[in-house]
Design a protein around this ligand. Structure first.
Ligand SMILES: [Zn+2]
Length: 131
């Protein structure tokens, strides 16, 4: 059988529809993950290694969907981490991100902060040499 002809305008329109559909699905996925994570906001597992495991599993899910957590202080996309701190043996939850080319940590509460998901920013090209 002869293949049916498809104009390039038609194929572009179809790809456009597909992109819209994917965007809708991605938004649904993001909201579903965010809703689940909202239930652990304000909690702590009460143990440094368990808190770290929890955050690592969350990161895995986010990574596979191209998502990051929005920093509550500056709004930049960040990776949530648990760091030990003097006086906080179970660790504190920090937002790890790069601001003005420098690795920066924000937050630092002893419970899981409010989690708002954002798209992972595209990878930076080679950094330009200043001056
Ligand atoms: Zn921040």
């Amino acid at each position: 059988m002869e293949p049916k002809l498809l104009t390039s305008a038609e194929s572009l329109a179809k790809l456009g529809e597909l992109q819209q559909e994917l965007n809708r699905l991605q938004r649904k996925v993001r909201i579903a993950i965010q809703t689940q994570l909202a239930s652990i906001t304000g909690h702590s597992l009460g143990d440094l290694s368990q808190n770290r495991e929890l955050i690592a599993s969350i990161h895995e899910v986010l990574e596979s969907h191209g998502l990051r957590i929005q920093c509550v202080e500056c709004g930049h996309p960040a990776i949530l981490r648990v760091s030990p701190r003097p006086g906080s043996p179970n660790g504190v939850f920090v937002f790890d991100h790069t601001l003005d080319g420098r690795r920066t940590f924000h937050g630092g509460g002893s419970a899981v902060p409010p989690i708002k998901l954002v798209a992972k920013p595209p990878r930076k090209k080679h950094r330009r040499v200043a001056g």
